[in-house]
Design a protein around this ligand. Structure first.
Ligand code: NAD
Length: 332
C-alpha cells in the first residue's frame, strides 16, 4: 500500500513511521502542499494523504484519478478543502479522522482564553526583563461569565465541559441539541440570543458554504460591547476585515485565533526574518488584545498518535474493501 503525504513536517513523519513498524505501507513524504503545481508528480501510489491547507480541487482530482489514485485521506477532521463532487465523479474515495482527542482542541481554546484574558504571555516576557509591574495586565474572572458555544459536536462538547469547570454559564447553538449537555446545564438558544447574551463566543462548528463569514459586521453589531471571540475551528468562519474594524472601535474586546482565512501561505512555516506580504494578519497581530497561534490546537501527543493510526486504518480498510469501523471516517 503506497501513500504520498503532502504538507508534511518532521512530526508527521515521526508519528506515521511509528504506526508503520511492520512496514505494510510504503511512504513518500512531500513538504509542499498538494496543488496543481505538484500533482503531475504523483505517480504509483494508492492514496494521497493531505492536511488542512492542501487545496484538493477539481483540477487536482482529475489528475489524481488519471494517475490511478484511489483514496484522498485527510489527516484532519474538516474536509472543506476537498471538492467532494469532483471526487465522487472521478471515483476517488475521501476519508478523514472524525475524532482525535477533541480535548486537545478544547483545552487549547481554553488556554487561548486564559492567556488573552490574564495576559500570561505578556507577564512571562515582562518578568524576564525584570519588570514586575502589574500595569496593563488586568483581567476578569471567568467564573460567572456567559460563554456562547457555536457547534456542540465533539470539540464544542469538550469545551463546554472545560468551561463548566470554571463556573461559566453556557449558551449553545447547534443544528442538533446534545441531551448530555442540556443535563449539564447548557442552554440551547438561537444565534441572535447567543450573540446578544455572550461575554465570550467560541466557534466549534465546521466551515460550510452557508456559514462562511458568520462573524461579520451584522453579527458583530448584535454582540455585547467588549465581547471576546475565540476561533479554533476554521479561519473563514470570520470575516477578518469586519473583526479588525470591531477591534478598532473596541466593540470586540479580545480576539484569539488558532485559524485564519489566509493561513495556508503562513502557518506551519518558519518565516522569521522574511517579509510578510499579508497586511491583514500583520494588522491583526498589531492589536494588543489579539492572540494568534498557528493552527496548533490539535498538536498533542495523543492527537497525533490517533491521527496517524486512524488515517492508516482508513486507507487500509478502503483498499482491502473492509467495512469502516467508524462510518463518519468515510466522506465519499
Ligand atoms: P463535529 O462534527 O463533532 O461537530 C461539529 C458540530 O457543529 C456538529 O454538532 C454540527 O451539528 C454542528 N454544526 C454544523 N454546522 C453548524 C452551524 N452552522 N452552526 C452551529 N453548529 C453547526 O466536529 P468536531 O470534531 O467538534 O470539530 C469541529 C471543527 O473544529 C472541525 O470542523 C474543524 O473545522 C475544527 N478543528 C480544528 C482543529 C484545530 O487544530 N484548530 C482541529 C480539529 C478540528
Amino acid at each position: 500500500m503506497k501513500i504520498a503525504f503532502f504538507s508534511t513536517q518532521p512530526y508527521d513523519r515521526m508519528f506515521f513511521n511509528r504506526e508503520n513498524q511492520d512496514e505494510r505501507f510504503t511512504y513518500q513524504f512531500y513538504e509542499t502542499h498538494l496543488g496543481p503545481h505538484i500533482v503531475q508528480a504523483v505517480n504509483d501510489v494508492d492514496a494521497v494523504c493531505v492536511f488542512v491547507n492542501d487545496r484538493v480541487n477539481r483540477e487536482v482530482i482529475e489528475v489524481l484519478a488519471s494517475r490511478g489514485v484511489k483514496i484522498i485521506a485527510l489527516r484532519c477532521a474538516g474536509f472543506n478543502n476537498v471538492d467532494l463532487d469532483a471526487a465522487r465523479e472521478f471515483g476517488i474515495a475521501v476519508c478523514r479522522v472524525p475524532a482525535y482527542s477533541p480535548e486537545a482542541v478544547a483545552e487549547h481554546a481554553m488556554a487561548l482564553l486564559l492567556t488573552l484574558n490574564r495576559k500570561t504571555h505578556k507577564a512571562y516576557n515582562r518578568v524576564r526583563e525584570q519588570n514586575f509591574s502589574l500595569n496593563g495586565l488586568l483581567g476578569f474572572n471567568l467564573h460567572g461569565k456567559t460563554i456562547g458555544v457555536v457547534g456542540t459536536g465533539k470539540i464544542g462538547k469538550a469545551f463546554c465541559r472545560v468551561a463548566k469547570g470554571f463556573g461559566c454559564k453556557l449558551l449553545a447553538f447547534d443544528i442538533y441539541e446534545d441531551e448530555q449537555l442540556k443535563e449539564m446545564g447548557v442552554s440551547y438558544v438561537d444565534m441572535d440570543t447567543l450573540y446578544r447574551s455572550s461575554d465570550i463566543i467560541s466557534l466549534h462548528c465546521p466551515l460550510t458554504p452557508e456559514n462562511k463569514h458568520m462573524i461579520n459586521n451584522t453579527s458583530i453589531r448584535q454582540m455585547k460591547d467588549g465581547v471576546v471571540v475565540l476561533n479554533t475551528s476554521r479561519g473563514a468562519l470570520i470575516d477578518t476585515s469586519a473583526v479588525i474594524d470591531a477591534l478598532k472601535t473596541r466593540k470586540i474586546g479580545g480576539l484569539a485565533l488558532d485559524v485564519y482565512e489566509q493561513e495556508e501561505k503562513l502557518f506551519f512555516k518558519d518565516l522569521s526574518g522574511t517579509i510578510i506580504e499579508d497586511d491583514t494578519i500583520q494588522r491583526l497581530m498589531s492589536f494588543p488584545n489579539v492572540l494568534v497561534t498557528a493552527h496548533q490546537a490539535f498538536f498533542t501527543e495523543e492527537a497525533l498518535t490517533q491521527i496517524a493510526g486512524t488515517t492508516l486504518s482508513n486507507i487500509e480498510g478502503l483498499l482491502l474493501g473492509h467495512e469502516p469501523s467508524n462510518k463518519q471516517a468515510i466522506v465519499v
